[in-house]
Design a binder for this molecule. Sequence first.
Ligand code: HEM
Length: 308
Amino acid sequence: MALYQKGIVAEANRSALFLTLNQTRNEGAKQRVKQVLANVTAIEEKYNQLEPEAELCLVAAIGSSYWSQIIDAEAPAELTAFPSFENGENVAPNTPVDLLFHIRSERKDLNFQLARELCAELGDAVQVVEEVDGFRYFDMRDFTGFVDGTENPQGDDRIGVAVVGDEDPAFTGGSYIHLQRYIHNMDFWNKQPVKKQEETYGRTKEDNVEFASTDKALTAHTKRTSLKDSDGNAIEILRHSMPYGDTQACGLLFASYCRTPKNFTLMLKSMVEGDGKGHTDHLLKYTRAVTGQAFFAPSRSFLENINK
Ligand code: HEM
């Protein structure tokens, strides 16, 4: 398998910067973007040599609709636009962008420094769309107060879930990424009794214990996202989501990495549209997606040779 960008599977960090950008029409912009993409693995290595204890990762990813503009060769087999869904108040919009740099480490100052360096290198070849500064909240809790990431795949399973294998030989070592920025309605959430909050997730709040499957409401978040295929195998994604925001507006920058975009799409559909019997994800009563983007993060060697 081609070597994957290490941030695809690396363990969670304290701090993450999600930088989304669009290429401009300025002269030489496309070439400049390619030069920077060819250089990202070297930049990541430079920071890791300078500050090894910071465990910095830089994942560079190309937007679904931008791929054909910047890469002359074929696209990854399953790369398609973000799957938007709408069901009354429940929405999941598609807001495409060209590029993602997902920078994360134990140190916000390093993330910032690296983002500045990338932006300086890119110059007027890009315009920043969003710069979302995520941070660990207590013991990896979402702002709703529940621990997020517990059921993520562990150990080598992270590679099996998140990294493309032999099924798409030209793109082994890559990963399909989906991003959604959610804004929480904290006032409404905080008015709910803890019991109702726990039913909304299907887990306990303080000590993070999963409800027995039979005790979970069909509208619980972990019920709607815990899916199986027709052979009974778990359908999984690797989540690298982070809380972001300030005292006035806050939420979750949701990030899914997977070897196929199908898994995320099935989960999102199950949340927004429900099971066809009116059981949608009740977490969506308290939070709303305002962005949605699909990317592919190619292998290290694909990026290094992008100019050749
Ligand atoms: C589980 C929070 C959106 C997929 C969880 C858990 C929390 C959580 C607290 C339980 C602990 C854990 O296993 O991590 C949130 C919040 C969201 C959000 C606050 C949005 C604001 C999404 C979306 C998806 C998703 C959009 C996929 C489309 C999952 C999966 C699990 C999970 C697969 C594990 C289910 C299980 O096996 O028990 N989420 N989540 N989440 N979430 Fe989300």
